[in-house]
Design a binder for this molecule. Structure first.
Ligand code: ADP
Ligand code: MG
Length: 298
């Protein structure tokens, strides 16, 4: 039989928008020593918007018309991608009134970007790793990309027909509740780590804004599981908090997997706890609730 204290606590959690799936999950939450937070959609709003389009100097894209044409090309390619960054570019282009058309070819490169063909033009959009794969020299725009990343934005390089054409930056502000939630987690004596596929500079700027001092960035999707396992091997009891499909394996690996409610069903299914309000204060609530319940039962 489920002890009354557990039933009362899971009920109280649900009232607060923290769905704890059973007594075992409730019990484990109080033992957590490290909280790993995914960046996009967990610490941040997860609704990125385009802030900058910087064409490469001395190219056909450097004029106003060239820059607009570049944005329309990139948006057309990204219309085939499901990535939130792609979505931001498509929305931005449509808002500006550009025609977004379907690409003739499209390939997604996980943790790197996208490539394909639009109107007979070969395109690659993504991070430095993708550009390296395609032997594109990013040196002419690296300073711009680093400046944008230092502002917490995600810069994406664009290559057209094998040559560097520009950088597009997207910003995804932190949730207004994230900073206070992180403070609360630390007040509970927990280590807080942010984990992301995004580039290091961007991640560090975002972490700083949220009051997080440990960052693991440029992680490929299966790297998230490995990072959780590494912490567990160090004796940490790990809560992983994420929202995306790509977070599901890490949520399952963690001692306590927590899905933010606005996230995908896949993440919610893999999780032990669902934070219905999408607010990281729910992580602290789950830990507090667990500790109190376990004290009651002793
Ligand atoms: P996160 O962990 O923040 O969700 P991802 O692993 O999904 O990050 O992506 C890592 C990086 O790969 C992004 O920051 C971006 O630079 C690049 N990237 C991935 N998909 C795309 C895309 N469709 N268009 C442009 N860049 C992309
Ligand atoms: Mg994510």
């Amino acid at each position: 039989a489920v002890p009354t204290a557990v039933m009362v606590s899971t009920g109280k959690g649900a009232e607060l928008g923290v769905l704890i799936k059973g007594g075992e999950a409730l019990q484990r939450a109080g033992d957590v020593s490290t909280v790993v937070l995914d960046k996009t959609g967990t610490v941040t709003e997860g609704r990125p918007t385009v802030t900058d389009v910087v064409p490469a100097a001395g190219t056909v894209h450097a004029s106003a018309a060239g820059r607009d044409a570049l944005l329309a090309l990139v948006a057309s390619l990204e219309s085939s991608s499901e990535h939130p960054l792609a979505d931001a570019i498509v929305r931005h282009a449509k808002d500006q009134g550009y025609a977004v058309r379907a690409p003739e070819a499209f390939e997604s490169h996980t943790g790197r970007g996208a490539t394909g063909v639009v109107d007979g033009t070969a395109l690659a959009v993504g991070n430095e790793r993708l550009m390296a794969d395609w032997v594109i020299n990013v040196a002419p725009l690296r300073a711009d990309a680093e400046r944008l990343a230092g502002e917490g934005k995600t810069p994406m390089y664009v290559a057209v027909d094998g040559a560097l054409a520009g950088v597009i930056a997207v910003a995804d502000p932190i949730k207004e509740t994230s900073r206070e939630a992180v403070r609360r987690l630390r007040a509970l004596g927990l280590d807080v780590v942010m984990l992301t596929g995004d580039n290091r500079r961007t991640a560090e700027a975002v972490a700083r804004a949220a009051g997080i001092d440990r960052v693991v960035a440029e992680v490929l999707p299966d790297g998230k599981v490995a990072e959780v396992r590494r912490l567990q091997e160090q004796g940490r009891v790990v809560a992983m908090v994420g929202d995306g499909i790509n977070d599901a394996p890490a949520l399952a690996q963690a001692d306590v997997g927590m899905a933010v409610g606005s996230g995908t069903d896949v993440a919610a299914e893999a999780a032990d706890v669902v934070l219905m309000r999408g607010d990281l204060a729910g992580v602290a609530r789950a830990v507090e609730l667990s500790r109190r319940t376990m004290r009651t039962m002793k």
